[in-house]
Design a protein around this ligand. Structure first.
Ligand code: SF4
Length: 192
């Protein structure tokens, strides 16, 4: 499905450059709060699998973050199985597909949960800050336009504009339908 291998040591830089907001958000929470609830873990791990992160590397990432707050034993017993399972290495060995935008947008996000699409789940102020933190030299008008589009529930158009603001060289003739499509477009674009 993908032709590149992801060097896990570069994942921080890769995330900042090329993860769509839904994945950058859960990745940031994993690496700063050292925990993610069930659907956040699932949303991220299936995406990582889709971009070419090896299962061992995904396990290592989750383990090294979770065990900043949790015993290694607890991680191995409570969480490792699910990650292997998402990679199809446990249970029925189903090859689970990374979630599409429609799936992520329509997920129910309860209190304290951080999965979902930030264009839908973030408050306008939070979204505005996220945009100016992550778009280099964001024009105030650009940020405002995206926040307005989000209020009007045009989440995938927001995401397409966000991608174009980060990677002005990319020519798109359709809107973003899938986080892994976002990633491939951004990652293969040479600009930082
Ligand atoms: Fe993720 Fe899709 Fe939302 Fe973009 S529109 S943040 S890719 S769910």
């Amino acid at each position: 499905s993908n032709s590149h291998e992801i060097d896990i040591k570069q994942l921080n830089a890769i995330a900042r450059k090329s993860f769509p907001p839904c994945m950058l958000n859960v990745y940031n929470i994993l690496t700063t709060q050292h925990h993610l609830k069930h659907f956040g873990r699932l949303q991220l791990v299936l995406f990582l699998k889709g971009i070419g992160v090896k299962m061992e590397d995904a396990l290592h990432l989750y383990r090294s973050e979770f065990t900043k707050k949790l015993d290694g034993d607890k991680f191995d017993k409570g969480y490792a199985y699910n990650i292997r399972h998402s990679y199809g290495k446990e249970g029925k060995r189903v090859n689970y597909t990374p979630y599409s935008c429609m799936k992520i947008i329509n997920l129910n996000v309860g209190p304290g949960e951080t999965h979902g699409c930030p264009f839908k789940t973030f408050e306008p102020n939070q979204l505005s800050k996220f945009l100016s933190d992550n778009i280099h030299n964001a024009e105030p008008g650009e940020t405002r336009e995206i926040v307005e589009l989000a209020k009007n529930k045009h989440y995938q158009i927001c995401c397409t504009k966000y991608l174009q603001a980060k990677n002005p060289g990319i020519k798109l003739n359709s809107i973003i339908e899938h986080p892994n499509q976002f990633f491939e477009l951004s990652f293969s674009d040479g600009n930082p």
